[in-house]
Design a protein around this ligand. Sequence first.
Ligand SMILES: [Zn+2]
Length: 423
Amino acid sequence: MSYARVRPERTRVRLFPQSPGAGEARLETVELFPRRGMVGTGPEDDRMYVTEAPDKRPYGEVGSQWRDLFPPYRGKAGIAVAPGPDGHFDHLRPGEAGFRQVHLYGCARMALDIWEGYLDERIPWHFERHFPKLEVLALRGWDNAHIGYGYLEAGDYQLEDGTLADYALDFDVVAHEIGHAIMMSFAGQVPFSRRTAEYGAFHEASADWAALVASLHFEQAVAGLLGTTGGYLEGFNQLTRFGELSPNRQIRLANNTRTMWDFRDGWDSEHDLALPLIAALFDAFVQIYKAILVREGVIPRGLARLAEQAEAEPPLRPEVSRHFAHWHARRPEAFHDALAEARDVAALMLVGVWDLADPRDFSFAQLPELLREVDWRDFEGELYPIVRGCLGKRGIGLVRPGPRLRPPDESSHVHSVRTVMPD
Ligand SMILES: [Zn+2]
C-alpha cells in the first residue's frame, strides 16, 4: 500500500472500500501502520481500542455525569477479538462474530495512518490530556456515528426496505469522523465556543474531503473506479457519492449543485453550508487530475478542453466519456498515477489550510487567500488559478453567507456532545 511507510511487515486487515450496502461488496486487504504483532486483542493498538457495545446508548444521549459523557465504557461488551495465528486481523469473514469491530478498527486506523503519512508525523489526539487512546465503540440500533472527547461511536439501523445500514462497515463515515478528530488536533487550543459558525461548515467540508482522500488509498477500488468510468470522473460514481447506504442513497454528493448564492439569505446547518465548498474542491480536484493527464501526455489537450465544455453542455458528455475510455484502455496505470497525484495534491492543500485557518475568525471569504498561500508555499503557484476558478463558480470568496437561521441541533458538530470537554 502506498500510504504505509516503508517497510517492516505491517498488520493486515480486510476492509470494504465502500459500504457493502452500496452494491458491490468486495473486501480489499489493507496494511495498517502498526507492525505485525503490535495490534493486540480488541483490536487494540498504541492509539485506539475497539469494543462492541450492543446495549450502550451513545455518549451524551442520557445523563450528564462524567461516565455518561466520557470514556471509558464499562458496561456489557462483546468478546474482544484476538489476532489470527499469524498476528494479522484478516482472518474473519463478514458476518462472523468480531468482524464488525475489526472492520471498524481497520477503518479508523487506516484513516489515521493516511493523514499521519501526509503530515509525516504523529497526530496527537485533541483529548490526550485526559485519555491516552481513542475509544472506538460499535453500537446497535443508533442511526449515527460521531466523534467526541476521547471516543468514536458508530451505530447501525434499518433502512425502509429492511436491510441494515451499518456505519461500522462504512469506511467513508468512519474516515469522516477521524477527519474531524484531525482537524480538532490542529485547532485543539481554541475552545468550541470561540469558533466561528463558518468554521463549523469548513469542518464538515474538510471531514468529507478527509474521507474522500483516504478512500482513494484503496488500490483495487480505485482501479475499479477508473475501469467503470473509463477515467472520466465528472459523473455520478463511487467517488462522488459519500457514505453510500444503498445503491442509490447516500448522505452527500461531492458533485452537488449548491452555491453560496443559495445561502445568501441564511442557512440552517453547517452540513448544508459545507456543500458548495465540498463541490468546489471536487471540481478543483478533477481539474487538477485532468491537467496531470495532459501534462503526462496521457490524454490530448483537446479532450481536456472538450470535457470542460461538456460541463456546461451535458449532451457532449457521452462523447467525452467514450474518448476517455479509449485513452484509459491504452494506459490504465497512467490514469491511476494521475489520480493518486491529484489525491495527494488535494491532501496537502487541505493540510495547509487546516494549519493556517484560525477558528476564531474564520470565514469562507478567506479561503481563496488561504489556498493561495498554501499553493505558493507548496506548489509554486501552479494550482491557484484552477482552484480560484472553482471556488468562484460556487460563489466562495464572492458571496457572504447570511446568518444562521436555526440554533444548532443534535446533528451539529458545533453544539453537541461532540464538543463537550471536561473542565
Ligand atoms: Zn461531520
